[in-house]
Design a protein around this ligand. Sequence first.
Ligand SMILES: C[S@@+](CC[C@H](N)C(=O)[O-])C[C@H]1O[C@@H](n2cnc3c(N)ncnc32)[C@H](O)[C@@H]1O
Length: 207
Amino acid sequence: MSTFEIVKRYTEEDKNSNLSCGGNIQYLELKEGERALDLGCGRGGETVEAAKQVGSQGFVWGLDLTPRMIDLAQERSRNEQILNVKFILGSMDQIPLKDNSLDAVLSNCAINHVEDKLAVYREMYRVLKPGGRFVVSDIMTETPLPQEIKEDPEAVADCFGGAITIREYEESLSQAGFFKVEVFKERRYLKNGYEMISRTFQGYKES
Ligand SMILES: C[S@@+](CC[C@H](N)C(=O)[O-])C[C@H]1O[C@@H](n2cnc3c(N)ncnc32)[C@H](O)[C@@H]1O
């Protein structure tokens, strides 16, 4: 799947538009001194909030595919004088961080853009320390979307064409090794006539 449409969409997005599926950082319950990562951090609102929560002894990385999003996130952290944060340009199926190095991973409405969700969750598992946790908000469906929607780059960039079924999603989580998966909230809505599900959930890497 080409990333061109995704980068185009987020480069052209209005500076003040709402990009998230609803905040989820409160479910992560970050503690002072922890090290965390925000995958598909966008303009960095929750990344900066996470950096405040972990305090000066902790550190937070924000990773995003779109240079414009990274620029805006860096501008935000500079304006707020937050020093314990770093924004990295890259793709979440190849996270440029060390194995077993993070306490927590956060992602809000971003993983649906990546075709290979299992690759993303494997990467997440690799970078988390034993006992580490994630909280993700993402889009999925009850029944598979038509193939032509899945293959439509604009639909993928528009946060629905890349959605897989709940069953496929849960298989990816368990194949990656996560356990104690718990759903915090769920919202169902119609997008272009398709029934979509926005879920916020957590999972753990075994200790
Ligand atoms: C809907 S926005 C959400 C942004 C932010 N998490 C929020 O809640 O405001 C999705 C973000 O995911 C990023 N993204 C899409 N594909 C990505 C990938 N393969 N790796 C990293 N980021 C990606 C986009 O550039 C965009 O900033």
